[in-house]
Design a protein. Structure first.
Lengths: 538, 182
């Protein structure tokens, strides 16, 4: 370690993974500096902004900032330069990251998600196994606080109990559970990073029903939990610091950032950890060119930016015969796990149908938007709004996150177009691929069976090529043993370097059917010790 | 079921503020008031004169018919009327209401609105839907322009479904059937 450096370790990005690594290192006495491109976020301000927004998409609670733009839900092409089908998911650039508006689902991957190539001939194998990551899953569940039911039906063996009892099923879940059982399917409680009891200084969930985009009371975990823990352990955070270049040489990392997009400042550390979203991480590494890194950081094999994945979402919705009282409790509290794994994965991708408690919000907007639309097209007055009320209390939605096969052609590159401060925007080439398309078809078939079993009427589904994004940006700095086909090794160290690491969703090799955050947290905790050791490796 | 938060549990906030369920409810209520002010201040300044108390009262009377709700939360009424007047509707809500009252006093039903000729006025259908939609959604959309959130908690739809960003009740209380926490 050099006494002249500004820090032992600079971390780029203050989302879940960056904050967890920061806390872990700071607790070991490492001098940590975290640079976050976006601003600090006040929780109450997010609530106020959400309520005052006429279009309550996930980012409605988080106004864009010119120096750290990100894609919007309605028109991602405002930021992404789209090629192919168009990438539908976005993220947040602010302290705490995208967990501000995540749903909170905290499923583990299933073991076969780590060996897709070997077992099914699709995608790739991870350089680590489920069993290697399993203890870290347990630590991650403890760290972020997961409420769950220990059942083999989830398909992920575990050596430790869930830290909290499960979030109880909603009335909607119970109706689905009873109906699905008649066709041989089981509706399980979903593990969630949401307190079912008061824990770790955070209250139990009281059903604000606004998990996406903001939990007003902090019962749902978000990255700011570990930002505070890291600060308490001695880490320093600098918000609104847009990192535009990272140069890595043995024993020294040189990081250049622009405060609020202004004049650049260059600082140094021994080790650097890139903890940005999959898209921003790839963008930054591709931008970081020099004589020593002519293709960008870690990009000697042209692998940075490749294998971008999401969970293309298939939705099916209808009106149930009886009132099920949606719009209460967390957005989703249960799902069907039988289709997350099986021999069928040699033919088509897996998926996890989730029962939603938030009615038709996903497609039609929240109830205020729905009733505004109703008033324009349907009868008004006493009878008209009685019809609306009856319908909204019988709404049902089942939605599947479909596994995305990693394709080398799905990639992030640098666009010629720049953002407001002159930084290249991400150009994204993206399509679903045949394997994933077939998985979506299977999801549609199952959704119809379930809704028909429940007696739903007016059932609709989104067209396969008009899927919704899940907000799960995965891949772009693949983990692997071979530098020719991957960017980081199994300890998340960039190939060819000793002092540069990448954490977050970007090293993930496959997408599975689980929301990535719990796996991200497990990988981040596992990476702390290798990162610390790098400080003594020159 | 109970909407009363059992304990004022604290949660962390990255800016260092400490939030409790109790303070959240209090500040959320303040936010609602400010939304009314936002609604009053938007739109074409030439048509955003503060409505008289009589205009507001008559607007509420007609709104009861159009919304099908007899007990309207009157606090945002002036803001709704102001925003609707600024929305660029073909038929002014004040003009619609004035016609509905005519010389016979307060209308009490859709039939009264029809009998007074209000529903036959050019642009009446659009105007009636805009008024009803505003009360139910809390929002007013300017013709060909932006949508303004005038009220949130007072949107009528939240008398039928749970108002999100507010506690519903104890953990798991949503497991029982029911429209609203009581």
């Amino acid at each position: 370690m050099s006494a002249q450096n500004d820090a032992d370790v600079i971390i780029v990005g203050a989302g879940v993974s960056g904050a967890m690594v920061a806390e872990g290192l700071a607790k070991k006495g490492v001098k940590v500096l975290v640079l976050e491109s976006g601003p600090l976020q006040d929780r109450q301000q997010a609530v106020d902004d959400f309520r005052a927004s006429p279009v309550r998409v996930p980012e409605a609670a988080y106004p864009d900032v010119s120096y750290a733009p990100r894609a919007g839900t309605v028109n991602p092409a405002d930021y992404y330069v789209q090629k192919g089908w168009g990438f539908r998911s976005n993220y947040e650039r602010r302290v705490g990251g995208a967990t501000w508006h995540w749903l909170g689902t905290a499923l583990r991957f299933v073991p076969n998600d780590f060996r897709m190539k070997t077992e099914f001939g699709h995608g790739a194998d991870w350089p680590i196994t489920y069993n290697e990551l399993e203890p870290w899953y347990g630590k991650a569940e403890d760290a972020i606080g997961v409420s769950g039911e220990d059942t083999p039906l989830l398909g992920s063996p575990r050596s430790t109990p869930y830290p909290m009892p499960p979030i109880p099923l909603s009335y909607m879940d119970k109706v689905f559970k009873k109906g699905a059982a008649t066709i041989g399917l089981t509706v399980n409680s979903t593990p969630q990073a949401r307190n079912s009891v008061e824990r770790d200084g955070r209250p139990a969930c009281c059903g604000n029903s606004s998990c996406v985009p903001i939990c007003p009371i902090g019962a749902k975990y978000d990255g700011t939990v570990h930002v505070k823990k890291a600060q308490a352990a001695g880490a320093t955070f600098i918000p609104s610091a847009v990192v535009v270049n990272v140069q890595v040489q043995p024993g020294t990392a040189t990081v250049t950032y622009r405060p609020s997009g202004g004049d650049p400042i260059t600082i140094t550390s021994h080790t650097v950890v890139i903890a940005a979203s999959a898209i921003e991480a790839a963008k930054l590494m591709l931008m970081s060119k020099s004589d020593q890194q002519p293709e960008g950081l870690g990009n000697a094999s042209d692998m940075v930016g490749r294998f971008l994945m999401d969970h293309p979402v298939q939705l099916a919705w209808g009106v149930l015969p009886q009132r099920t009282y949606p719009y209460r409790g967390p957005g989703s509290t249960s799902g069907i796990d039988e289709v997350r794994d099986g021999a069928f994965r040699s033919q088509y991708s897996a998926f996890r149908p989730e029962v939603h408690n938030d009615g038709w919000t996903y497609m039609m907007g929240d109830p205020t938007q729905q009733v505004a639309t109703w008033a324009q097209k349907n009868d008004i007055g006493t009878a008209g709004f009685a019809d609306f009320t009856d319908q909204i209390l019988r709404q049902a939605l089942i939605a599947s996150c479909v596994e995305q096969e990693p394709l080398a052609t799905n990639r992030v590159t640098l666009a010629t177009e720049a953002d407001a401060i002159g930084v290249p925007r991400p150009a994204i080439t993206y399509e679903m691929g045949e394997y994933t398309t077939n998985g979506s078809k299977a999801a549609r078939t199952l959704h119809l069976r379930v809704l028909q079993t429940l007696g739903a009427t007016g059932v609709q589904q989104n067209p396969i090529d008009n899927f919704q994004g899940a907000g799960h940006n995965i891949g772009t700095t693949r983990m692997g043993n071979d530098p020719k086909t991957s960017v980081v090794d199994k300890n998340l160290r960039v190939h060819g370097t000793r002092n540069c690491f990448v954490v977050g969703t970007s090293p993930m090799v496959t997408s599975g059917t689980a929301n990535p955050t719990l796996t991200v947290a497990a990988l981040a905790l596992r990476a702390v010790e290798p990162i610390r050791k790098s400080l003594t490796e020159g | 079921m109970s909407t009363a938060p059992p304990q004022p549990s604290e949660s962390p906030d990255p800016t260092g503020r400490r939030l409790t369920r109790r303070t959240f409810v209090a500040t959320a209520a303040l936010g609602t008031v400010s939304l009314y002010l936002v609604g009053c201040g938007t739109g074409d300044s030439s048509s955003t004169a503060t409505p008289s108390s009589t205009q507001v009262a008559d607007f509420v009377t007609v709104s009861r018919i159009l919304t099908g709700v007899s007990e309207l939360p009157t606090a945002p009424a002036a803001a709704y009327l102001t925003a609707l007047e600024a929305a660029g509707l073909q038929l002014s809500p004040n003009a619609f209401v004035a016609t509905a009252f005519g010389t016979e006093g307060a209308p009490e039903s859709m039939s009264d609105l029809e009998r007074m000729g209000a529903t036959k006025m050019p642009g009446a259908d659009e105007c009636m839907r805009a008024i009803a939609g505003a009360w139910w959604s809390g929002m007013v959309s300017a013709k060909g322009g932006a949508t303004t959130v005038v009220a949130f908690s007072d949107a009528l739809v939240f008398t039928k479904v749970h108002e999100f960003t507010q506690c519903y009740g104890t953990t798991g209380s949503w497991g029982a059937p029911g429209e609203k926490a009581t």
